[in-house]
Design a protein around this ligand. Structure first.
Ligand SMILES: C[S@@+](CC[C@H](N)C(=O)[O-])C[C@H]1O[C@@H](n2cnc3c(N)ncnc32)[C@H](O)[C@@H]1O
Length: 192
């Protein structure tokens, strides 16, 4: 069902949805493992969509940890709130959300899980989002995102990979999840 809703939103908002299908459970598990969500006290998810990655995050995060999902699309935000009533979702652009009002003093996220279609974004939007969220990651905290295999060799994908190397520490890539549509792999890096 979420696949149908996802594709419908893709047809309406292809520039921001950026994918024809939600991430597979296998990619979602790899994202959660790469982020070491199992030991995170505070998780931020960017662009949760219909909740494919969120489900893996919710399964692996400790019961007493906190979660915030920032989703631009109002239809998706409504669905997420129904599907995960114990998690908090805010309807906003990741570049605009007021994290200072949400986080306590000196509070940071241990992990940022991103489902955003980075390579489809113009560079100024990529930079606005990264400038806004990376300072909210604890020192040594993990930033996890994925790229579609093949697309990562296109100029926009290569540029984004360089951006990750410039802004974060020790960027690594996972093996390809061939069962995802399209096949994808995970980037994981740590805050400097
Ligand atoms: C490629 S989809 C990924 C959805 C889901 N995480 C998954 O992996 O199946 C990208 C999601 O990011 C959301 N999005 C796009 N731009 C955004 C922004 N600036 N801030 C927050 N969410 C955004 C879209 O609405 C969409 O739900």
């Amino acid at each position: 069902m979420s696949g149908v809703a996802f594709f419908r939103e893709y047809l309406k908002n292809w520039k921001t949805v950026g994918a024809v299908a939600p991430s597979s459970p296998a990619l979602a598990r790899r994202m959660a493992e790469s982020g070491e969500v199992w030991k995170a006290g505070h998780v931020l998810e960017l662009g949760p969509g219909t909740g494919s990655l969120t489900a893996a995050v919710a399964d692996s995060m400790p019961h007493d940890s906190k979660y915030l999902g920032i989703e631009l699309n109002t239809d998706f935000t409504g669905r997420l709130r129904q599907r995960f009533p114990s998690l908090r979702f805010e309807n906003a652009g990741a570049q605009d959300f007021d994290f200072d009002a949400y986080l306590g003093p000196d509070e940071r996220f241990d992990v940022i899980i991103s489902g955003l279609p980075w390579a489809a974004f113009p560079v100024p939007l990529q930079e606005a989002i990264l400038d806004h969220v990376l300072p909210k990651l604890s020192p040594g905290g993990r930033f996890v995102t994925f790229a579609y295999y093949g697309f990562h060799m296109l100029p926009a994908g290569m540029k984004f990979r360089r951006t990750l190397h410039e802004r974060l520490h020790g960027t690594e890539t996972s093996r390809v999840v061939w069962g995802n549509l399209p096949p994808a792999f995970v980037y994981v890096a740590r805050a400097r």
